[in-house]
Every structure is written in structure tokens, then in C-alpha cells.
Design a protein. Structure first.
Length: 190
């Protein structure tokens, strides 16, 4: 039998830190772009955890996952120049940016937490949990959107949003590199 409070706490626990990042992403990208990127990221992480999570952890050393931390660092350093981009290109770029940010900031941790719980579920419970997570993803994004509409939040993001998001991207990348042991592994080579 599915333990709904457990899977709810599982989702909230692993996505709580991403809620803050959503505030920044929603200031930069449209709701639809952010929703698609977030949902696809969540579905990818869920699927990897449910089907091949153990295999990925066995084959790929944890430290190698740290190289993914270079993606948000690059995004933070590069910044964005949206002046001459088409609307369609901006939409694709927004979806990909949100997807990559979710995978990099939540991927390894979510897989590590999801695998033990999802491995114990029957197939029908697994499918129900997947649908439930899709709904929870939409709810969390909607809450972030409305929270981001508060006047004080809008003022802060208007004045400091771009530099703060660049700093957060860089810090996320550095955290992934540190948390996976990549830095220690590379230093041991010398």
C-alpha cells in the first residue's frame, strides 16, 4: 500500500531548495517555459531513480557527477544577452535552462533519496506516485509564481535579480563540485 505522507514528504524534502531557485527562474522565464523545464526534469529524475537509479550509481562514480557543476557555473559567468533572440529561441532556451538547472541542482541528491523509496513500491503505486509528483511539481511552481508576485519580491528581483541569479548559479555549480567529491578527487591526482 502506498504511504502518501511518505511520498509527499519525499517530494517536498528533495525539492524545497529548488523552490528558491524557482523564484529566480520565474523572474527570468515565462511560467510555461519554467513549468515544462521543471516537469521534464522531475520526470527524468523520477524515471532514472525508479528504473535504473541503482545501475547509474554503480556505473558512474559519484565524483564524476561533479562535472555537471560546470554547467551552472558557465551559466552564471556567461549571463544572458536576450536583445536579438527570437521569441521561439527564447522559449527553447528558457525550457533548457530550467531543465539543466533542475538536473544539476537536484539530480544526484534526488536520485539518492528517491531510489530506496521507489524501489519498494509496486508498479501501480509507482505509477500513482509519478502522477502525484507531476501534480506536486505544478503546485510548487504555482506557489513560487504567486510568491514571486509579491511587491517586495518584485522590487528585490528588479534591482538585484540578475546579479543574484548569476551568483546562485555559480554557487550551485560549486556546491555540486564540492558535494560530489570531484574537487578532492582531482586534487588527489596531484
Amino acid at each position: 500500500m502506498l504511504n502518501l505522507p511518505l511520498v509527499t514528504m519525499l517530494f517536498i524534502g528533495v525539492n524545497l531548495d529548488f523552490f528558491v531557485i524557482l523564484l529566480f527562474l520565474l523572474q527570468k522565464y515565462r511560467f510555461k517555459e519554467t513549468l515544462i523545464g521543471y516537469e521534464v526534469g522531475m520526470l527524468l529524475i523520477f524515471t532514472m531513480s525508479a528504473i535504473i537509479g541503482q545501475l547509474i550509481q554503480t556505473i558512474t562514480p559519484t565524483w564524476a557527477i561533479g562535472f555537471l557543476g560546470l554547467i551552472p557555473i558557465y551559466m552564471g559567468i556567461k549571463g544572458e544577452n536576450d536583445n536579438e533572440e527570437s521569441a521561439q529561441n527564447k522559449t527553447k532556451k528558457g525550457i533548457i535552462a530550467v531543465l539543466l538547472m533542475y538536473l544539476v541542482s537536484c539530480g544526484a541528491d534526488n536520485i539518492a533519496v528517491y531510489v530506496p523509496v521507489l524501489a519498494t513500491l509496486s508498479f501501480p503505486s509507482l505509477l500513482f506516485t509519478l502522477v502525484y509528483f507531476v501534480i506536486l511539481t505544478f503546485i510548487s511552481l504555482t506557489l513560487a509564481y504567486f510568491f514571486g508576485q509579491l511587491k517586495i519580491i518584485k522590487i528585490i528581483f528588479k534591482k538585484w535579480g540578475a546579479p543574484l541569479s548569476r551568483i546562485i548559479y555559480i554557487l550551485i555549480g560549486l556546491f555540486v563540485i564540492w558535494d560530489t567529491g570531484l574537487l578532492e578527487h582531482v586534487l588527489n591526482w596531484f
